[in-house]
Design a protein around this ligand. Structure first.
Ligand code: ZN
Ligand code: ZN
Ligand code: FE
Length: 763
């Protein structure tokens, strides 16, 4: 006797379209002998299963466990329905209304099955650099509109051959409804072009590209989210030439290696880091360098880490098959401009940089840089969230109205929200030039279209001159435009990704952000809720002589902090710093501060790092924001004992004022005593850890709040994050830190969105 038949309707939400979910359901249903049907709907996938209750239960249990790799199930609801008497299980054609509110898959690495076919000489896709299936390949970057169907992607230019079409139509095939499905007969092709964009005749463009890279050329290679500039990482001359031509003097360059074993030859890789390297998102992972390697020094100068990734497109695999130890793979752009994506555009913008171009004819609709992550204090930390992660939403605790948050100025991202979902865009960049501004506008329009979100609230930074703020104001029109203080947004972003409610004690540490009092904040301790915050404590302010120039020239910040700490006695100091700056220039800067000319006040912790780096002689000028602070972290001696004095003043109503002077005096004393920069850096880090742990405990006593959130670009500092996390946990705090979105300004748009929604909702 068999069990009685029952029937269930299942509604599944999440990333369940365009990722092989319906064929998976079809096969799973057949496996358990269930009948019924499955279809895409507006919010995901809907199915009916009929069969014995036990089989249905097993089927439901298997869904989240055996799902296709790209599928992301947010929730499953099951309701009993009347038995209909289905005789088979079938895939029903999508309803035309479907798909506006479903989630779009990010671009992900080529899967093992496709790689095996690509390497099989008997396979019709042998050596084909665009092989893909429902489990892998491009998605987000080739979509122009929804629903996600081939005509709405850049694959519309390629008509499938009979064999590809047959795969596409067959529910039992791995390529059933794989929109980018293609083969050498019908699909995209690579072409090698010279520096002028003229095609180079060759039987094997990829092998010829490898040959040219081996002979020291810089080749622009079109990938998934844009062009890379590629050189052999072991050739110092080639790396130096790339830096010169790209005007990128010092920032580390990313590497690509063919396998984890190859990576281990040049860097230390823990198990956790290997899991990140091999994850389907294939991010760049920051890994500690080995002492002696064949990698050119100029790849990552004055840095303990290499940023390394594994190949993620079939084309990368084919290129690395030529046997390189490592390739430099850096976004193809002039410094700080967005990555080039279009062939014609690349020929123009990379003129004079690339010696050759390995292009292809599958258009990229939306550029997406490589993502960067690190493993720090027990979890993955996102540093740049782009390819592979976007557009997977950050899931919020509560529904909020549709918001468009425009982000900050540097490392800009934007965020659009829908219900409990917050879609943080890919990395857009620094909004300091026309090209990035265009990309910003394009991304906002594109995201709104493919997510079908009509914002009811616009959010932006307090700073009136940011391009993102100006855009928000002109864009808002009749809907509310909510200004969100920069450091409040940082803390709110951290709360939001942790689905946590306020109040929290928020440590919001970064380089720059406009405060509510008109000074430049950056060393802020806030008591924060989503809709409001108070400034509980901050570093005492010092002038930033020359404003933006003080960011480029940390010696100015050093002078400012020394002036504050020593006053009249400044002239008597003997420091290595003073030997590297000419006396006249120094007097000009001191006079600027005395007369308060172009010297805005700042409480920034990032600038305090800069000052200490300059005082100990690390560097007086930087090539990119945060460089001095980063190098200060890199040299720190783990074993250095001791710390500097610190003090703060609590006057009750006003924010607690944390004095910089005792720290600066301690640093100067150690430098004069001949202690190494490594020891001073170690002690400086230790000072901050003890100081802020004590301050949080002080505030806990005063407010009763025992939850602490850490945010802001300073928390990319691994040493500070690890040390402070350990100290605060030992003190019994409930700790919130960033994992999904960056602690830096790349995460700011998320915070702006949730704050703006809360402010509008607050009475
Ligand atoms: Zn595949
Ligand atoms: Zn074909
Ligand atoms: Fe910031």
């Amino acid at each position: 006797m068999t069990d009685a038949l029952t029937a269930n309707r299942l509604e599944i939400n999440g990333i369940v379209q365009g990722v092989g979910f319906r064929p998976f359901v079809y096969q799973l249903a057949n496996h358990y002998g269930l009948k019924g049907e499955v279809a895409n709907t507006a919010t995901g996938v809907s199915l009916i299963v009929e069969g014995p209750p036990n089989a249905i239960r097993q089927f439901i249990d298997d869904l989240p466990v055996k799902k296709p790799p790209l599928a992301h199930i947010v929730d499953v609801s099951a309701t009993p329905v009347a038995v209909n008497g289905f005789t088979v299980f079938s895939i029903v054609k999508s309803r035309s209304s479907a798909a506006r509110t479903t989630l779009i898959s990010p671009d992900v690495m080529v899967c093992e099955d496709c790689l095996a076919e690509m390497r099989n000489p008997a396979d019709r896709r042998f050596g084909y650099p665009f092989i893909n299936c429902t489990n892998c390949g491009p998605r987000y970057t080739i979509i122009d509109d929804v629903p996600y169907d081939r005509p709405k992607t850049s694959m519309r230019n390629f008509r499938m051959c009979a064999q590809c079409q047959a795969e596409y139509d067959d529910p039992d095939n791995r390529r059933f409804h794989a929109q980018p499905n293609a083969c050498p007969v019908c699909g995209p092709r690579v072409a090698l072009c010279d520096a002028g964009g003229k095609a180079i005749t060759t039987d094997d463009p990829i092998a010829e590209t490898a040959r040219r890279i081996r002979s020291g050329n810089i080749v622009a290679v079109k990938g998934l989210g844009g062009f890379h500039l590629v050189v052999d990482a072991t050739q110092a001359d080639a790396v130096a030439r790339l830096r010169r031509r790209k005007h990128r003097e010092e920032k580390p360059l990313a590497l690509m290696c063919s396998s984890p074993d190859r990576i281990r030859e040049i860097a230390r890789v823990t198990d956790a880091e290997e899991r990140l390297l091999t994850s389907i998102q294939r991010p760049i992972v920051l890994l500690e360098k080995r002492e002696r390697t064949h990698i050119a020094d100029a790849v990552s100068p004055r840095n303990r880490y290499f940023g390394i990734m594994l190949p993620y497109t079939p084309l990368h695999h084919l290129l690395l098959d030529a046997g390189f130890a490592a390739l430099v793979m850096t976004s193809a752009n002039l410094s700080e401009e967005p990555i080039a994506i279009d062939n014609a555009e690349a020929f123009v913008r990379l003129d004079g940089i690339a010696d050759a171009f390995l292009a292809h004819d599958r258009d990229i609709y939306l550029r997406s840089d490589d993502s960067i992550v690190s493993y720090s204090a027990g979890c993955m930390r996102s540093i740049r969230r782009s390819r592979g992660y976007v557009p997977v939403p950050v899931f919020l605790k509560d529904d909020i109205p549709p918001v468009l948050a425009c982000g900050a100025e540097l490392k800009n991202t934007v965020c659009l929200t829908r219900g409990k979902q917050a879609f943080v865009s890919q990395h857009i960049g620094d909004l300091e030039n026309r090209a990035t501004d265009d990309f910003f506008r394009l991304t906002v329009d594109h995201l709104q279209r493919i997510l079908d979100i009509d914002p009811q609230i616009v959010a932006c930074d307090l700073h009136p001159d940011y391009l993102s703020t100006r855009y928000a104001k002109e864009r808002a029109g009749s809907i509310p435009c909510i200004e969100v203080q920069h450091h409040h947004a940082h803390i709110a972003a951290c709360m939001a990704e942790n689905k946590a409610d306020g109040p929290v004690i928020g440590l919001s540490f970064d380089g720059t952000g406009l405060g509510t009092d008109g000074t430049i904040w950056g060393g802020e301790v806030l008591v924060a809720r989503y809709h409001t915050f108070t400034r509980a404590a901050h570093l005492a302010t010092v002038p930033m002589p020359g404003s933006a120039a003080a960011i480029r020239e940390p010696w100015r910040m050093a002078l400012s902090h020394l002036r504050s700490a020593f006053g009249e006695d400044l002239g008597a100091l003997v420091l290595p710093l003073f030997r590297s700056v000419n006396q006249q220039q120094m007097n000009v800067i001191l006079a600027m501060m005395d007369k308060q000319i172009n010297s805005p006040l700042t409480s920034s912790l990032g600038r305090l790092f800069d000052a200490v780096a300059a005082i100990i002689g690390l560097r007086g000028k930087v090539a990119f924001e945060g460089q001095a602070a980063m190098e200060l972290e890199m040299i720190a001696d783990d074993t250095a004992s001791g710390h500097y004095d610190f003090s703060w003043e609590d006057h009750g109503d006003d924010p607690i004022l944390i004095s910089n002077a005792p720290i600066i005096r301690g640093v100067v004393r150690d430098v004069n005593a001949g202690l190494s920069p490594a020891t001073v850096s170690g002690r400086f880090h230790q000072t901050l850890i003890i100081l802020f742990d004590q301050l949080c405990r002080h505030l806990r006593t005063a407010t009763g709040i025992d939850r602490v959130a850490l945010s802001g670009g300073v928390f990319q500092n691994h040493r500070l994050l690890v040390g402070l996390t350990a100290a605060l946990e030992k003190s019994g705090f409930d700790l919130l830190t960033h994992r999904l979105v960056p602690a830096n300004d790349g995460g700011l748009s998320l915070g702006q969105a949730v704050v703006a929604a809360a402010k509008v909702a607050a009475p």
